[in-house]
Design a protein around this ligand. Structure first.
Ligand code: TR5
Length: 144
């Protein structure tokens, strides 16, 4: 529908703006501060579903499915996006995927999807690595 197209273009617009801000931020790969810093510091509230020493999972503020949870590393450490991952972060990445499946299994017993948007073409809008856990309804394929 045209509503869907409008919603889609605004997500893409957000991603383009975020990519531009990311590219113009310091070239050390640190990236600009994000909304997730405020969630992690407790400055902004979030609907937390899981937390441990290195990972936090909370509900997406603009859910795209009945279950839409984001799993993030508590310390960004250069992980602005998945494609910035270093070899020494393999265990952390594995842990984040493990946490994501455990949230998915609990909240979506009939199945779920994990998504990681990377960069401008991936429609990433927040430059702090996050895994989307989506489910609670029949999802379509392919994505847009
Ligand atoms: O597009 P990508 O993959 O980067 O996903 C970013 C996600 O973060 C989107 O699905 C947003 O809806 C979500 N988001 C953005 C904010 C936010 C959030 N989820 C929960 N709480 C949030 N706060 C407080 N602020 C945001 N800017």
């Amino acid at each position: 529908s045209s509503d869907t197209k409008l919603a889609m273009s605004s997500e893409v617009d957000k991603a383009k703006d975020a990519a531009a801000a990311y590219k113009s931020s310091d070239a050390d790969g640190a990236g600009p501060a994000t909304a997730f810093d405020n969630i992690l510091s407790g400055k902004w509230p979030s609907d937390k579903v899981y937390e441990d020493d290195t990972a936090l999972a909370f509900r997406d503020i603009n859910p795209q499915a009945p279950v839409h949870v984001l799993v993030i590393p508590k310390i960004r450490d250069g992980l602005t996006k998945l494609s910035c991952a270093r070899e020494d972060q393999e265990a952390l990445l594995g842990h984040l995927v493990y946490v994501a499946q455990s949230v998915g299994k609990k909240e979506c017993p009939e199945g779920f999807r994990l998504v990681i948007n990377d960069g401008e073409h991936g429609a990433q809008s927040v430059y702090h690595l996050h895994i989307h856990v989506l489910g609670g309804r029949q999802l379509g394929w392919p994505p847009g």
